[in-house]
Design a protein around this ligand. Structure first.
Ligand SMILES: Cc1cc2nc3c(=O)[nH]c(=O)nc-3n(C[C@H](O)[C@H](O)[C@H](O)COP(=O)(O)OP(=O)(O)OC[C@H]3O[C@@H](n4cnc5c(N)ncnc54)[C@H](O)[C@@H]3O)c2cc1C
Length: 378
């Protein structure tokens, strides 16, 4: 294929962030061309596994609260536009020692932004959600708006709506390299060469391979998700009765779980996975990894300690401070990087789409993006 015309914007990577950016840019009338090395939604990156948590009392930093509030609106809009159910409200519990970062951080965001919340003792958590068994010293921060997003359906809906709005999307076509000049960016894939005025790199765990010559501090981390069959009180895991739940325990360890969405009870550790790369990651799950998560299941969600139904491997792309990385390339103002989301980015995808579109159009940012700037590299 030869180069035909210059698109307004090219997007490399059409997972959570790239599909959101493609939709928002196409919706605004820009001529968008997008590429993905696979055909999203797929299981090789960071956006699979049936469920993602969305929560408002953001323990990581209150700076995310206005963004997540906008994300709730945008996911509901996408539901209306696509006719698909994407977000299920379940409420959420952040459980840990009163002084833990999880509990303190959730309370800080809730108080600063006047969010509806309650602090529950361990007994109160057990009374409200009998399948959750916090230890006596723990407390729970309850927030009513939290819930579950269906990541595969979300990505599919974003891609479909982007195409409906005029975006040209190429699947199973990896971009091998790109070159920027004052007039735009030239991209090369196995199928040919393409030209655009601006480039968005949203390649998730592959992002560093598209930033040659830059010492970026991204660390790809292997994460394993597990689905267990309940041993008791299966009905109590229904989304109407079981909220999403996050736990901080034994100091700095994090664990989380979902209600049963017809495939079993999904439970996993957050972080503490091995460092890896998108191309070399170990996809098989060792029995010792199942044993380890089962120990946490027995301790905190014992009614889910049944047969292991499935496990899958997924990738976090972490920055050193675990804030997102959402900025222009330091050497090329017409290239944007919108990807490393440190294991907590999915819920924000449509907002990241809006932020990217504003940056592309040169509009003032609608959120405080200081924490997401290019940092700590050449
Ligand atoms: C186990 C797990 C649990 C998580 N839980 C939550 C949660 O509960 N809540 C939450 O908000 N977030 C959560 N996250 C984080 C969230 O899912 C990620 O932040 C988000 O999915 C990242 O999206 P992305 O678009 O950056 O990556 P991806 O969706 O992986 O997309 C990157 C895309 O780029 C493509 N690509 C790569 N290289 C090229 C190339 N050279 N050319 C063309 N295409 C290319 C890939 O094929 C891929 O489709 C979780 C992540 C994991 C792994």
């Amino acid at each position: 294929m030869t180069m035909r015309h210059t698109h307004d914007i090219a997007i490399v990577g059409l997972g959570a962030m790239g599909s959101a950016a493609a939709l928002e840019l196409a919706r605004r009338g820009l001529d968008v061309i997008g590429f993905d090395r696979h055909a999203p939604p797929h299981t090789f990156g960071s956006s699979h596994g049936d469920s993602r948590i969305i929560r408002e009392a953001y323990f990581e930093d209150p700076v995310y609260v206005p963004m997540v509030q906008r994300a709730f609106e945008r996911w509901r809009e996408l539901e209306r536009a696509s006719g698909r159910a994407l977000l299920q409200q379940t409420g959420g519990l952040m459980i840990g020692a009163p002084e833990s970062a999880l509990v303190q951080g959730a309370l800080r965001s809730a108080r600063l932004h006047g969010l509806q919340h309650e602090v529950l003792s361990a007994d109160e958590v057990r009374a409200r959600v009998p399948v959750l068994q916090p230890e006596p010293h723990m407390v729970g921060v309850w927030e009513p708006r939290a819930g579950v997003l269906a990541p595969e359906a979300c990505v599919q809906a974003q891609l479909k709506q982007a195409q409906r709005s005029g975006a040209t999307l190429h699947f199973d076509e990896a971009v091998e390299h790109w070159q920027a000049d004052s007039g735009g960016v030239t991209l090369a894939s196995a199928a040919g060469t393409h030209r655009a005025r601006q480039l968005v790199i949203s390649a998730g765990a592959w992002v560093a391979s598209l930033l040659p010559g830059l010492r970026v501090p991204f660390r790809v981390e292997r994460q394993v998700l597990h689905w267990f069959e309940p041993v008791a009180d299966a009905a109590a895991f229904a989304p109407q009765r079981c909220p999403i739940h996050l736990w901080q325990f034994d100091g700095e360890r994090f664990f989380y779980g979902f209600p049963d969405r017809d495939a079993g009870v999904k439970l996993a550790f957050h972080h503490a996975g091995e460092a890896t790369t998108a191309d070399t990651v170990r996809r098989d799950v060792a029995p010792a990894e199942v044993d380890e998560v089962r120990r946490a299941v027995r301790r905190f969600v014992p009614a889910a300690d049944g047969r292991l139904l499935a496990s899958t491997v997924c990738l976090y792309t972490n920055t050193p401070d675990e804030h997102f990385w959402l900025d222009r390339h330091p050497a090329h103002a017409n290239v944007l990087v919108a990807s490393p989301c440190s294991g907590h980015g999915f819920k924000f995808a449509p907002v990241i789409g809006e932020i990217v579109a504003d940056l592309v159009e040169g509009k003032p940012p609608r959120f405080d993006l200081a924490a997401f700037r290019w940092r700590g590299t050449d």
